[in-house]
Each structure stands twice: as C-alpha cells, then as structure tokens.
Design a protein around this ligand. Structure first.
Ligand SMILES: CC[C@@H](C(=O)O)C(=O)SCCNC(=O)CCNC(=O)[C@H](O)C(C)(C)COP(=O)(O)OP(=O)(O)OC[C@H]1O[C@@H](n2cnc3c(N)ncnc32)[C@H](O)[C@@H]1OP(=O)(O)O
Ligand SMILES: [Co+2]
Length: 133
C-alpha cells in the first residue's frame, strides 16, 4: 500500500459541486470523466500529493445514487494506491476482508480498481487502485 490516492465524495449536483470545490480548493478540476461501469460522472482535483474525486450517480441504481438516497451527500470512499492490485486482493482475502470484485475493474483516470466492503472495514468503503499499464 503506497498512499491515499483519492477521497471520493458523493454529490447530488455535479455542476454545482464542481463550482463549489473549485472555490474551496482554489483550483479547477483537472479532469472530468463518465465511468460507464459505475454509471457515474467523476471529476478530479489535485490537493497536494492526493486528490478529491467528486462522484454523481447518473442512474438511480448506481452505487452513488443509492448511497445519497440512504445517507445523503458526503465522503463515500477512500482510495489507496497499490503497486500490485492482484497481490493486494489476495492478501486482503486471506486476512478475511470481503472484496466486492473477483477481478480488478476499469476505474476513472486510467486506473484498475477493486473495492473492499464497508462492513469489513469499520463502515468505510475502501478502494484499491493501481495505474493501468
Ligand atoms: C469511478 C470509478 C471509481 C474510481 O475510479 O475512483 C470509483 O470511485 S466508483 C465509486 C462508486 N462505486 C462503488 O462504490 C462500487 C462499490 N460499491 C458497492 O459495490 C456498493 O455500493 C456496496 C458498498 C456493496 C453497497 O451496495 P448495496 O449493498 O447494494 O447498497 P445498500 O445501500 O443496501 O448498502 C448496504 C449497506 O452498506 C452501507 N454502505 C453503502 N455504501 C457505503 C459506503 N460508501 N460507505 C459506508 N457504508 C456504505 C449502507 O449504508 C448499508 O448499510 P446498512 O443500512 O447499515 O445495512
Ligand atoms: Co474512487
């Protein structure tokens, strides 16, 4: 495990949230991307060595829409960068964590990602992320 690659924040209104976070952080998003596998719009802001990812669900069944419906807007997940996502997935499985994917899937920003169930991590959804090669 290397560093906190990003913190994901679930938002209701993508345009309004982007404008607000631009003001808050004093920088514009360096990238926006629709991620079809998750049915979300994403934007990324650099904050020192890490990033803030804003996420808006585009369908009612997306994880972000369901999260907002149940819990409202706010911090949705933390993403930890790893060198070898398959090795980390094996290690976490052997430690008893519940993974939400059998295999890494394509995330935003040219990354491979895998999620650890919040019920096995003290109520926090953890994303493993590795640069896609
Ligand atoms: C854009 C790609 C990528 C990137 O590159 O960065 C992303 O960040 S994608 C982010 C969106 N995608 C995901 O979150 C995928 C992984 N998540 C899931 O598979 C599901 O959301 C879930 C975590 C398995 C929950 O789904 P489900 O069981 O269908 O929903 P429920 O609403 O019934 O929730 C069950 C239970 O879990 C609690 N919960 C849900 N989300 C979170 C969360 N983010 N953090 C903490 N807890 C969460 C929810 O409140 C329910 O709890 P109880 O009510 O106590 O049972
Ligand atoms: Co993320």
């Amino acid at each position: 495990m290397k560093n906190v690659e990003h913190i994901g924040i679930a938002v209701k209104n993508f345009d309004e949230a982007n404008s607000l976070y631009s003001k808050l952080l004093g920088v514009e998003a360096y990238k926006t991307e629709f991620v079809a596998s998750e049915n979300v719009n994403t934007s990324f802001f650099k904050v020192g060595q890490t990033k803030i990812e804003l996420l808006e669900g585009v369908t009612p069944d997306s994880a972000i829409s369901k999260f907002i419906e149940k819990r409202g807007e706010g911090i949705h997940h933390i993403a930890i960068e790893v060198d070898d996502i398959l090795a980390e997935m094996e290690r976490l499985k052997s430690e008893g964590f519940t993974l939400l994917n059998e295999l890494p899937k394509r995330g935003a920003d040219n990354k491979l990602v895998c999620f650890v169930h919040p019920k096995s991590a003290n109520g926090v959804l953890v994303e493993l992320t590795q640069e896609a090669r």
